[in-house]
Design a protein around this ligand. Structure first.
Ligand code: SF4
Ligand code: SF4
Length: 354
């Protein structure tokens, strides 16, 4: 499990279990949920539509065997049911705001009952942006419920009546793969529900989502020119787990993600000019577009690399990178190449690749 999330989760659980630290425990829980939700938002906002119905680990044992869209639906359907039917005892967000229509979901259940192929087909049908809006509404609504809890509420349990009520909603399939959910939830008190659907369950599925998107990026980069339009090497990039290259639909480099149309300005400019990369452009030295914006501390290092490619070619450039990574421990190229493209070029040219 992600070390940071695991530590936060442990501390939060420990704080929640004592009356005197309970309010701090709730604050930590909300902070953890906020942090985790940011991961989901980043994925939804930056990955192409096709990413949400891919199943790169089909048939594997574990949460990563699902799709990105299914994972989001499943986390927040469970939370919606548990938070509203069991704890607040009011109407679920799915029905309160007509999210069923907006998300275009053909089901109201948690999805546990779906087979691999059915998950792919279900995911393909979902409107992912609306799914994200649904997830956000559920999270905010649950956060409100959690903030209103008092320490004695933690011990509140659930009996046969709740089991009957939940069954009547039709929100949990009676199929073998899902039938265990209602007795499982009703066997817990509020504290037990906080431990699973509202925290740990998120962590497990969001970690799985990270594995899925990392794999999709890796698959996208396969066979694609590893030189980015701006002059970076995708083969050596510290964002390799997040980005599937600016030459693919998984173009989630930092400047693509902050651009309104989700496309890196350097990639767009090169494509408009019909050139292979900024290394083929006469304006390179003075360009301030996208990655080369002066406020970016990696701008000069990127230019140094593009200049190297212009002079020595891509093959030599990749060899230089291999050598540098053998000799030094660094993530961002500016750590080695500094803040001046001419100096950076010299540093690259001094690397022995013979
Ligand atoms: S951030 Fe740039 S260099 Fe890194 S993988 Fe993406 S396109 Fe390639
Ligand atoms: S103008 Fe700038 S962004 Fe456009 S191709 Fe030339 S160097 Fe690249």
């Amino acid at each position: 499990m992600n070390q940071e999330w695991s530590e936060m989760n442990k501390e939060m659980q420990s704080l929640l279990s004592k009356k005197v630290t309970f309010p701090e425990g709730i604050s930590r829980l909300l902070a953890l949920r906020k942090l985790l939700f940011e991961q989901i938002t980043q994925i939804v906002m930056t990955y192409p539509a096709e990413a949400f119905y891919q199943m790169p680990f089909a048939g594997a044992a574990g949460y990563h065997s699902k799709t990105l869209a299914y994972s989001i639906w499943h986390i927040f359907r469970i939370e919606d049911i548990v938070a509203h039917e069991m704890i607040a005892e009011d109407q679920q967000i799915l029905f309160r705001q007509d999210f069923l229509k907006a998300t275009q979901s053909p089901i109201i259940t948690t999805g546990n009952e779906l087979s691999g192929d059915e998950i792919v087909e279900f995911s393909r049908q979902l409107n992912v942006r609306e799914l994200h809006r649904y997830a956000q509404e559920v999270m905010q609504s649950t956060d409100g419920i959690l903030q209103n809890l008092n320490y004695p509420d933690l011990k509140r349990g659930f009996g046969e009546e709740m089991i009957t009520k939940l069954k009547k909603t039709g929100c949990v399939s009676e199929a073998e793969e899902a039938g265990w959910l209602i007795p499982y939830w009703c066997g817990k008190d509020v504290q037990g529900l906080i431990r699973m659907p509202f925290s740990r369950h998120w962590i497990m599925h969001i970690e799985a989502m990270q594995r899925i998107k990392n794999k999709l990026c890796k698959q996208a980069r396969k066979g694609v020119d590893p030189i980015a339009y701006c002059g970076f090497s995708c083969n050596h990039c510290f964002l390799g787990a997040w980005c599937g290259s600016c030459r693919t639909a998984y173009n989630t480099c930092s400047f693509a993600t902050i651009s309104p149309d989700g496309r890196c300005p350097n990639a767009v400019c090169c494509q408009e000019k019909g050139i292979d990369g900024c290394y083929e452009c006469d304006l390179l030295e003075t360009c301030e577009k996208g990655f080369y914006i002066p406020s970016n501390d990696g701008a000069e290092a990127a230019k140094a690399q593009a200049l190297y490619i212009r002079k020595h070619g891509k093959k030599a450039f990749l060899q230089v990178h291999d050598r540098l990574h053998e000799q030094y421990d660094f993530a961002k190229t500016q750590e080695l190449l500094g803040q001046d493209h001419e100096e950076g070029l010299k540093i690259l040219e001094e690397v022995d690749i013979s």
